[in-house]
Write a protein that binds this ligand. Structure first.
Ligand SMILES: Cc1ncc(COP(=O)(O)O)c(C=O)c1O
Length: 351
């Protein structure tokens, strides 16, 4: 496919590829705005209050991206030259360009964990206390749901264990909650239960919820709000009449949350059908949310070849490792798109 319009593609690369629909665009056009650097954009203020209240946090700061949200939060929980521990596949160490080191002077240490989900047993031996020769661990970062972990969901009890552990060492806990909405949709765990566990969070409006841009950094401690705003400013994230963007976020929260279950059902349908194509390709029981990881080591194809073959037939998938492909369902994928993707993938994988 070479001369297609964007809408001809079945784009399963990521849930970030959604485009705002007419109703969301209307909400953006009609947003009341002001200069947010002066704290005068009522739509941004409303979004920040709404998201803070959802999670029971004291304060919230609107930012352009999930990456900036994480980068601000990491600096709130860890001073320069000290250490954050996270899993080895975490977004904060895989896809943020070394920002924690560059912007925060933060050392990160990583632990290989199944599906990216840390356990108390894996984590505790890696925590380092303050001492003359050591780099002290100040905070731990988790990711809910886990992107490179195939959309895996931390069970609440596992997070509670991590919280108890970090508290017992007086360490802070950050959550990259880019897809925490999907975790809630899969488990029905209340957002306030998640919020109660973390010192800082970053939640994205531009993934499954379908806003074109925007994330929110959350802080349990209100005293951190001016610090977060100062770091955002330093990173160039102080925006002016960005209420047009916040309006998309508010629309997304109010209208696109309940449909996340549809994305999960479609991901499950992809997983179940593809599991029949090749043993070991995907375990449908491990597909908990909207991400379907394919392990091509059981096939004769590598990830780049499969992605190229699918692209030639109008289906876009992500090669996320030499033998690893990721399919992600989202608001612009319907049942007919899943049918078409399955036809193309089945043909390519069976060859
Ligand atoms: C888990 C996770 N955290 C953070 C981000 C960063 O979001 P952004 O692309 O808005 O910077 C992403 C992006 O896909 C993500 O998957």
């Amino acid at each position: 496919m070479t001369d297609s319009t964007a809408s001809d593609w079945v784009d399963l690369r990521s849930d970030t590829v959604t485009r705002p629909g007419a109703a969301m665009r209307r909400a953006m056009a009609e947003a009341e705005v002001g200069d947010d650097v002066y704290g005068e954009d009522p739509t941004i203020t409303a979004l920040e209050r709404e998201v803070a209240d959802m999670f029971g946090h004291a304060a919230a700061v609107f930012v352009p991206s999930g990456t900036m949200g994480n980068q601000i939060a990491l600096r709130l929980v860890c001073p320069a030259a000290d250490e954050i521990v996270c899993d080895a596949d975490a977004h904060v160490v895989s896809y943020e360009g070394g920002g924690a080191a560059q912007h925060g002077g933060i050392q990160t240490r990583t632990i290989v964990a199944p599906c990216g989900l840390l356990t108390r047993e894996l984590l505790e031996p890696q925590l380092r206390l303050e001492g003359y020769h050591t780099v002290p661990t100040r905070a731990v970062a988790v990711e809910q749901t886990h992107n490179r972990g195939g959309g895996a969901v931390y069970p609440l009890a596992q997070l509670e264990n991590l919280r108890a552990l970090t508290s017992s060492y007086a360490m802070l806990l950050h959550c990259d909650g880019a897809r925490i909405w999907n975790a809630h949709a899969a488990t029905r765990v209340p957002f306030t239960d998640y919020g109660a566990l973390f010192d800082t969070m970053s939640v994205c409006l531009s993934k499954g919820l379908g806003a074109p841009v925007g994330s929110v950094v959350l802080m349990a401690d209100a005293a951190q709000e001016p610090v977060a705003r100062a770091i955002r400013r330093r990173l160039g994230g102080g925006m002016r009449q960005a209420g047009v963007l916040a309006a998309a976020g508010l629309f997304a929260l109010r209208h696109n949350m309940s449909r996340l279950a549809d994305d999960h059902a479609r991901a499950q349908r992809l997983a179940v059908a593809l599991a029949d194509v090749k043993d070991g390709l995907v375990d449908p029981a491990a597909v908990e949310t909207n991400i379907v990881p394919l392990d091509l080591s059981v096939t004769a194809l590598d990830a780049a070849t499969l992605a190229a073959q699918c692209r030639a037939e109008g289906v876009l998938v992500s090669a996320v490792g030499p033998q690893r492909v990721r399919l992600v369902t989202h608001l612009d994928i319907d049942d007919a798109d899943v049918d078409r993707a399955l036809t193309v993938l089945t043909r390519a994988l069976a060859a």
